[in-house]
Write a protein of this length. Structure first.
Length: 152
């Protein structure tokens, strides 16, 4: 009986780890590793992979969530998840850049920036996009703001 209980717990653990690692951009995996608990997760298991798929579905759903309509605790949780995803993406980008893999670093940076857009579907306008992805450049002769992409 104990082996059946252990298998069920292991399956749930792998699934939830895959899901949380995907939602947080790998930050929860880094935390498990730093705390010495990463050995309890089999990242090669099918349940970890399925958890990753579920995490992708959650991330897609969060792109359309409206935090203004959420209860206080849900709004706080939403903001924490977005923050964790951004931190995870930044750490992944730094790690990739340190290894000389600048393509992956750029992709991770864009992912971290995109997580800032989660929950802003009702607010998407030029100002939101320009503040998130663009930086101001010198004003033109007509005193209009010019912008260039961060990736340039």
């Amino acid at each position: 009986m104990a082996s059946e209980d252990s298998a069920w717990i292991k399956t749930g653990s792998d699934f939830s780890a895959g899901m949380s690692d995907t939602i947080t951009g790998g930050l929860t995996g880094r935390l498990r590793g730093a705390l010495g608990y990463n050995d309890v997760v089999d990242q090669q298991s099918s349940m970890y992979r399925y958890g990753g798929y579920a995490g992708q579905a959650v991330n897609i759903g969060l792109m359309f969530a409206n935090p203004a309509a959420m209860a206080g605790w849900a709004r706080t949780g939403f903001q924490v998840m977005n923050g964790m995803s951004q931190i995870g993406g930044l750490l992944n980008a730094a790690e990739a850049a340190g290894k000389g893999d600048f393509r992956t670093a750029r992709t991770q940076l864009l992912g971290a920036a995109a997580s800032r857009l989660r929950g802003r579907s009702e607010q998407m306008n030029f100002d939101t996009v320009s503040k998130t992805f663009l930086i101001p450049t010198a004003a033109t002769a007509k005193n209009q703001r010019g912008f260039r992409l961060l990736a340039d």
